[in-house]
Design a protein around this ligand. Structure first.
Ligand SMILES: [Zn+2]
Length: 479
């Protein structure tokens, strides 16, 4: 499997991605069109991601719960924009137990409606607020063009839904979560995302304001890695989520929702991978270190395996996630390729001479060939390995940040914008009109990704129409 080569990224980025997902055994196509099977290696990666996010949510007072996968169709009619946004993507259950249902049930595409319904029952007084609930699960949006992890009908995610006494508190929550997403993306996934506000066209159906974190993939296309939405009173009015304030007056709650999905796995692949395969950030990698023993005969094998077992036990005791690849039916060279394909950050090679010298060879996945190799003592190996894993983590982030910054442009004219978005992002003044946004999309396929919080200040002229503009926006082709 590992020996047949991937297409290079330069030759065919899309096909490189597709084959990599399959060869690294992250996911596979399901017999149901549009669906994917996440394989154990991919799921372990996702579990590490969920743990890192879940910890952050809980640190800020959020709790997990589970809501049903089926939602009465009538719930979707209650919020006009929401129903318009999601109607084309709904899968609907019309029969159960051989009988036609009185009311069809939608398979959840997202859970604002059913959670809103429950909140209207649970929330009575200001004392009940805020409600800070998150749910881990999967949702279904009818998609026929499958791209594993990036666009599948069913995908896995978390969706947070919160209710607050005031708009101010709900806005604070929206930004707090966006900060957590950015912190997760940057410090766990080593993806240097940009935080900002979505345009009216790109915002979530039913939201007053949507925010997102946007990452640049190695083909320079943008990938929305997570979103956090402020609803104001929109859903509270639709679902009558109300509370009695301290003066005994009935008030509407202000609500938010926020989600990060298995798309993020796709972001990790496309941000860090190379022509040999996956490169995983050590903090999330299912296997951080693989040990490959090297020997030619039984006598060497006995000595080498003894040393390998010892190293293995020491590193495991330090909490390092590792695998000793003691397969006998394949060569060390095959094993190197195999683990490179799967993106294991660090490889330890132990041969007979290493045993004699009390050393091991270390090979970094992120630095190819001799430059990525070092020969170190077996003494204090855990500390050496931990240090190197930390270095790999930060070097991945640095590399991705340099790549991103090298592909963000400040075009001076509209013609120049049309050129730069073919191989990068444009950070340009924009008047905010839908017409200018639509023109860019029609001319270049680039959309507004986000209006970054980080603004140059002052005003400029819209790159499209030349009118006065208050904000700069990122234009990019996106996944
Ligand atoms: Zn304009």
């Amino acid at each position: 499997m590992a020996e047949d080569k991937l297409p290079t990224r330069a030759a065919d980025f899309a096909e490189w991605y597709n084959q990599l997902v399959l060869k690294a055994e992250l996911a596979d196509y399901a017999p149901v069109r549009g669906c994917m099977v996440v394989r154990p290696y991919g799921w372990t990666l996702w579990e590490n991601m969920t743990a890192a996010l879940d910890r952050r949510f809980k640190e800020t007072g959020h709790v997990n719960a589970a809501f049903p996968i089926l939602i009465p169709m009538s719930f979707f009619e209650k919020e006009k924009e929401h129903v318009e946004g999601f109607a084309p993507e709904l899968a609907v259950v019309t029969h159960g137990g051989g009988e036609k249902l009185e009311e069809p049930l939608a398979v959840r595409p997202t859970s604002e409606t059913i959670i809103g319904y429950m909140y209207s029952k649970w929330i009575k007084s200001w004392r009940d607020l805020p409600v800070l609930i998150n749910q881990w699960g999967s949702v279904l949006r009818w998609e026929l063009r499958t791209k594993l992890f990036l666009r599948t009908a069913e995908f896995y995610w978390q969706e947070g839904h919160t209710a607050h006494a005031t708009n101010e508190e709900a806005m604070e929550e929206t930004y707090r979560i966006l900060d957590q997403y950015a912190d997760f993306a940057i410090n766990e996934a080593a993806i240097p995302v940009i935080k900002g506000v979505k345009s009216e066209t790109e915002k979530f159906a039913g939201a007053m304001m949507s925010t997102s974190i946007e990452g640049m993939m190695q083909d320079t296309r943008a990938l929305q890695c997570g979103t956090s939405h402020f609803f104001g009173h929109n859903f509270a009015k639709a679902f009558e989520i109300q509370y009695l304030d301290k003066n005994n007056t009935l008030q509407y709650c202000s609500t938010t929702s926020w989600g990060l999905s298995t798309r993020m796995v796709g972001a990790i692949i496309m941000t860090h991978g190379d022509d040999q395969g996956l490169i995983l950030p050590p903090r999330l990698a299912p296997i951080q270190v693989v040990i490959v023993p090297i020997y030619k005969n039984e006598a060497e094998k006995t000595k080498v395996m003894e040393a390998a077992d010892k190293v293995c036990a020491e590193l495991k005791a330090e909490g390092i996630r590792l695998k000793l690849d003691d397969r006998e039916e394949v060569t060390p060279g095959f094993k190197y390729n195999d683990w490179e394909m799967r993106g294991v950050p660090l490889r330890i090679e132990i041969g007979p001479r290493d045993v004699e010298k009390g050393s091991v060879a270390l090979a970094r996945r992120d630095v190819a060939g001799r430059d990525g190799k070092s020969f170190v003592s077996q003494t204090n190996l855990a500390a050496t390995v931990n240090g190197l894993l930390t270095e790999i983590q930060s070097s991945l982030l640095k590399r991705a940040t340099e790549f991103r910054d090298g592909h963000i442009f400040d075009p001076k004219t509209y013609d120049e914008l049309k050129k730069v978005v073919q191989n990068g992002w444009a950070l340009s003044w924009w008047c905010g009109s839908k017409e200018c946004e639509a023109k860019v999309k029609e001319d270049t396929k680039a959309t507004t990704r986000c209006i970054p919080f980080d603004q140059p200040g002052g005003t400029g002229t819209c790159i499209v129409c030349g009118q006065k503009a208050e904000k700069k926006v990122y234009f990019a082709r996106a996944y």
